[in-house]
Structure formats: C-alpha cells, structure tokens
Ligand binder design. Sequence first.
Ligand code: ADP
Ligand code: GLC
Length: 501
Amino acid sequence: MPATMTRSARPLRVLYAASEAWPLIKTGGLGDVAHALPNALHTLGADLRLVLPAYREVLRQVEDLQILGWLDLGDGSEARIVQAWHPAFEMPLWLVDIGELFDREGNPYVDPDGHDWPDNPQRFTRFSRAVALLGVDTLETGWRPDIVHANDWQTGPVAAFLHEMPQAPRSLYTIHNIAYDGQFDHATFEALHLPARWWSIDGAEFHGRFSPMKAGLMFSDRINTVSPTYAREIQTPEHGYGYAGILQHLRHKLSGILNGIDTRVWDPANDPHIAANYDCDSDLEEVRHLNRKALLEALGAEPQAAAARAPVIGFVGRLVHQKGIDLLIEAIPKLVRQTTVRFAIVGSGERRYQARLEQLRQRLPARVFCYIGYSEPLAHQLEAGADIFAMPSRYEPCGLNQLYSLRYGTPPVVRRTGGLADTVEHASPRALADGSATGFVFDAPTAPALAQALRQALRTRQDPVLWRQLQCAGMQRPLGWEQSARRYLELYRTILQDKRP
Ligand code: ADP
Ligand code: GLC
C-alpha cells in the first residue's frame, strides 16, 4: 500500500494547522514550511486542508471564498469558517474568521511597537479550538482528517482539545522553536474557560503558568522537530528552555525531520528578484559580480563603490539573540581592519541590534550596508549577491537561510548547532579534497570564533578553482522537500499504526 493511502485505500487526509504561511503572511521560517510542506505532501498524493487564522492580510489575498459554517467555540464565542483558494497552494485553505481577533493590520504576533498582542492567549487558544473542531468535522463537510498536524505554540492546544473529543483523529505536533512557548498566567487560563484538568503537571501547567507548547508536547500522539540534531539538543538544559526533562521523558515519541526548501521559489536560474540569473554552469564569478553590484546599490551604495570587486559577507534574518547578530556586529570592525571585506545585512528585530547596526553603517559607510526591515526581494538579492553568508546562530532548530545560500552558491559560515550542523559540510582539508565540502562550520558562540571562520572562508575564496567547487557542491545538493515530505508521510503512517494511549 503506498504511503499516502489509508487502509480503505483512499488518500491520507491531513489537516495542517499553522499561524503563518508564505506568501499570505510570514514572519520567519515557519511561514516557508507551512507553504512548501503541504504542497509537497499534496504532490505525494496526500489530501490536505491548510488551516490558518483569517488575518486581514490573508483575506485580502485569497479567492473563491465559500462559507463552510460557524463553529461554537464553547466559551460563548464563535468562529466563521471560510474555505478559500490561492494560486500558491495546491489545496483548499480553511480560514478561521474571528473578526475581533484577526481582522487587524500588521504582524500576526506583535503590535506595531513589537510587543505581543495582549490578546494572544485568546487569539491562539480559540484558533486551536476551532482547528480541533474541524478535526472532528463538526461542520459536517464530509471531510474528516486522519491526522491533525499542528505547529509551534500557537497551535499547541489543538492536541489537548482533540484529547477531550471521542474518536478524534490522531495528531502530530512539530516544534519549530522551543524557546517561544506562548505561556500565560492562571487568571488568563481561567478567563479562557479551558478544562480545569489541563492545569496539572501531566497537563499543560508549566511552573505555575499555562504553556501552549507543553499542551502540544503532552497531548500529541507524536512530536517532531525540524532537524535530528535539534531533537537531541532540546533534551539538554542548554537548549531545552525548561522543557529538557519533559522532552527526555517523551523521547519515545520525539523525532527530527530536516526542513526542505521550495526550489521553485528559491531558484537562482529563475529568480525574478535578482539582476542576473545563473546555475552551476554559469561563469559564477561574473554573475556574482553583477548581482553583488545590484545588491549593494539596492542597499544604497554609489554605483562605482558597488562595482568594486571586494567580497561581501551577507546576513539575512531576525535581529535577535538566537541568530548571534551581536557576534557578527562585534566581529565586523576587526575584519574591516584586517581585510577588504564588506558587509550586507538585511534584518529586523530588537531595537538594540538595529541601533548598533545603524551606528556601524554610519561609522563604516564604505564597508557596511544595511536594510533594517523586512524585504522579500532583498532577501533573494542578498543570497545571489553576497559572496559568503554568515549564520552564527546560538541555536537553530533547522534554519532555511543556510539552505538558500547553498542553493545560490553563497557558501555559508555557520555555527555547529541544530539544523546548521546537519546541513553544512565543513571545508576541512579532507572534505575540500573529496569535494563534499559546502561551507564553514565553527563551534564557540563567540565573535573571535566567527571571525576566524569568516577569514578561512575569505582565504579559500582566493583559490577560484576550489571556491567554484565549494559553490557547486552546495548548488547541487538535493535541498527540496521531496525526501523530507516522504518522512512526514511515514511518520503519519506510524502514528496511525500506534496504539491509542
Ligand atoms: P527563523 O524562522 O528562525 O527566522 P529561518 O532561517 O528558518 O529562521 O527562516 C527565516 C526566513 O525568513 C527566511 O525565509 C528568510 O529569508 C526570511 N527573513 C528573515 N528576516 C527577513 C527580512 N528582514 N527580510 C526578508 N526575509 C527575511
Ligand atoms: C523556526 C526556527 C528555524 C526553522 C523554522 C522553520 O523559526 O528558528 O530554525 O528553520 O522555524 O522550521
């Protein structure tokens, strides 16, 4: 029986729930995954519905809206469920429409000042309850999933709600980042009318607070995370953010599956955002020159300065402690004194890092180019225009930017952690000799260790033959979703065969 078929020989049905999905709404890698993985599962024959909150931004972009009905959320509120389509998705979208919670401008999690929306507990517990009700086909649409697949704390309570329902479908919970757990206090828990028995050590109570993340961990049939190394790391105090003990206890149902990337969206041969398209057979030196020039001009450099051949080290990402942006900021002045290198940085996040980058840019205008903000086109231009990609994350569940860098022939310099350790092959003398090297990996989460790895990358780049080999090794790696999507199908099938607890 093919992996996508259930016993009754119909396609496996998956209700995939997430709080963001590119291109409708995205703040980070979860958005990329919630777009590409459901599509990859569809290609493999699964029958899916992707369920999202009906944010204003999402409603604005979807087509063919059809009301499926109204769900009673059991706490005096209701959710309208809208089915819709969008060309980027191969399956219908189910949108949980609760106007007072989701019909607002801006970021799905934080207000314009960067603080969590104060009603996030209401927003995401109600969303989770709606997902669970759709999981048992409360609206009698005739479509009932075999598996409900939830992601991160925003949908952590889904499995807990399913646990309350007779003959619920089975569940998988994917941790994309254990450090963001969405916890709230007891008064909020009571105000939300959640089942009192959830408030226990075997439930979702976590050090005197309610943890949606813990709800997902405790009540799901299986848990996975987005790389094998991160699956091990979160069982240690250093990376477990308080959940190490729980995860050790639950390790029988925990596994790691690497993320893939959408190789159609991230394809240097067809990328509409970049100045010069290319593949591994191109004159990489020359196309890089054109793309580097376009990138630096887009970041405000004068054309003559942008046309210089000095290498560029790039960074794209959230400006937060996790990403080690402070290590890069610390390493820049010394590297600027020692080499001709320039830096291109695209990111948004904590004010303190934004301010330090702005200072660096003012102090070193010929060497540091930044865009503080979120820009999809610039992210693509940076992957194609930088010579080396820096990703000094303190921890990284999987990481997508290093994968985009590999695909764009921009060797990544990464710290040996999580998915970075699992996806980048360090340029040791041996790996360079046998052609398996794809980037540079360093260990200590310090600026000197990062600077040393960046200097090694710059030295290696001086040998054009070796550098091209390194670039092509990354570009030719199979980075798409197919293999990992198959692993998800296998995991779903395992769950269906597991005995109910
Ligand atoms: P995380 O999910 O932890 O932020 P990932 O590497 O998995 O890290 O994914 C980050 C995604 O968000 C990538 O697609 C990256 O290009 C994108 N991204 C992050 N910051 C920005 C930004 N300022 N502008 C454009 N894209 C960004
Ligand atoms: C999280 C992680 C990142 C991962 C992404 C998608 O945001 O920080 O490492 O790639 O989720 O799974």
